[in-house]
Ligand binder design. Structure first.
Ligand code: GAP
Length: 448
């Protein structure tokens, strides 16, 4: 059984150079660094720098707002990453969570056979070994003794924590189906071929929600969540042409799924999965009930009926979504006869929303500029930049997606007003300082 991960990586689309530009920008401006770079780098692991950590957090916050904060039928959870083998035996991951792996006999490179066909993408040789299953879970030992009794796994999905805590949540929240449990956190997979920057890595972040429903309502809720999740990406600025829904063929379905639809994004190398919405049926709750001896059921008092709910699961990658938002936002246009690089990120995702820029380094401007910074910080993530010319500072903010710059100049000391510049239009307007917070808030769309 293959992982329910992504479509074939190469659809024959030409890479217009966008990928390279975005990866360079990410490095140059402190979004994403190669992990352990000073030691030559650790393959497929990345560190999120000062701007990346803000962007990634904003992606996760936007997801949490729409999945938890704005709903009364979903609650949150933060479950452990280290987990005992019993969970993964019951979930089916120990027996089926593997990818088919082949070795090239000529260059010794290792590949996922389902992604490459019969030719080594490294050297072109057709002399490949037979495919064999490669277990994707990271295995470790908990405690001082490294024997079979101390084996633990790093979770390969956040989902299982939601199933194993089903009864805890049912009894402590008095929720009843239909209701969901949402979780954001790290997952780990020993991917054979991690690739394409943070698209497929061995350590990544997921945003998953398990929605427990009466079995008869599963199809309706499945359709509902596919639409909700598709609209979430649209609402946050991914153009329609870069998104599509792809229902899985029967042979492609994961071991637990009765139906899955992927939300795909048009990456520079072709369509790739951003998120999968699956009907997991009662597979997981029943499997954990049987293995643990703890019934994971719901008793419907009104109907005097006990049943195992079905589960609809929208499962997204936070780090992968961050990359898609970066790719979709990257743009170049011309301002004042010069090419400028701009990230047209939605204000909710932009690492910093407002940059406060005193026109000159001269000391007279500093107190007022800092006072304005202090006024804005409770409402927005702000940057404060005094170095270089104002034109250069605008470009620097455009390049990292800051929607608004507030310039404090010498007139500000007299007229108690500042200039607000819009990233996308470059339009500048003079605003009284007393109205600044309200003015900037009026430029934001509702936070959903
Ligand atoms: N609980 C179901 C599940 O984990 P999945 O399709 O394997 O389903 C969900 O993973 C999402 O997690 C994917 O759509 C993708 O965005 C993200 N993801 C999976 N493997 C990843 C990897 N190796 N690197 C980055 N993101 C990954």
């Amino acid at each position: 059984m293959g992982t329910p991960d992504e479509a074939a990586p190469d659809s024959g689309l030409p890479d217009s150079g966008l990928m390279e530009k975005v990866v360079n920008l990410a490095k140059r401006r402190g979004f994403v660094f190669q992990s352990a770079e000073i030691y030559g780098g650790f393959r497929s692991t990345y560190d999120y720098g000062p701007l990346g950590v803000l962007l990634l957090r904003n992606v996760k916050n936007a997801w949490w707002r729409s999945m938890v904060q704005y709903r009364d039928d979903v609650v949150g959870l933060d479950a452990a990453i280290l987990s005992p083998p019993a969970i993964w035996a019951a979930s089916g991951h120990l027996s089926t969570f593997s990818d088919p792996m082949v070795d090239c006999r000529k260059c010794n490179e290792r590949h996922r056979s389902d992604l490459i066909g019969d030719t080594c993408p490294n050297c072109g040789s057709k002399d490949l070994t037979e495919a064999r299953d490669f277990q994707l879970m990271f295995k470790t030992h908990a405690g001082p003794v490294e024997d079979e009794g101390s084996v633990a796994y790093l979770r390969p999905e956040t989902a299982q924590g939601m199933f194993t805590n089903f009864m805890n949540i049912l009894t402590t929240t008095r929720k009843k189906p239909p209701f969901g449990i949402a979780q954001v956190g790290k997952s780990f997979r020993n991917e054979i071929t991690p690739q394409n920057f943070v698209f497929r890595t061995r350590e990544f972040e997921q945003m998953e929600m398990e929605f427990f429903v009466p079995p008869a309502e599963a199809t309706t809720w499945f359709d509902y969540w596919v639409e909700e999740r598709y609209n979430w990406y649209l609402d946050l600025g991914i153009p329609k042409e870069m998104l599509k829904l792809r229902p899985h063929d029967k042979e492609e379905l994961s071991h637990y799924s009765a139906g899955t639809t992927d939300i795909e994004f048009l990456f520079p190398w072709g369509w790739g999965e951003l998120e999968g919405v699956a009907n997991r049926t009662d597979f997981d709750l029943k499997a954990h009930s049987a293995a643990s001896g703890t019934p994971l059921e719901y008793f419907d008092q009104a109907a005097n009926e006990r049943y195992t709910p079905y589960v609809i699961e929208p499962a997204a990658g936070a780090t992968r979504a961050m990359m898609a938002f970066l790719l979709a936002a990257y743009d170049e246009d011309e301002v004042g006869g010069e090419t400028r690089t701009i990230l047209r990120l939605d204000w909710r995702l932009a690492p910093t929303q407002v940059a406060v820029l005193p026109l000159s380094k001269k000391a007279e401007l500093e107190p007022l500029a800092r006072e304005i910074l202090g006024m804005l910080q409770p409402h927005f993530q702000c940057d404060y930049d005094v170095t270089q010319s104002i034109g250069r500072r605008y470009r620097r903010q455009d390049e990292v997606g800051t929607p608004w710059c507030v310039t404090v100049d010498f007139d500000s000391l007299e007229d108690k007003a500042v200039t607000v510049r819009d990233r996308d239009t470059t339009e500048q307007v003079r605003i009284p300082i007393t109205e600044l917070v309200a003015n900037l808030i009026s430029r934001t769309t509702p936070t959903n």
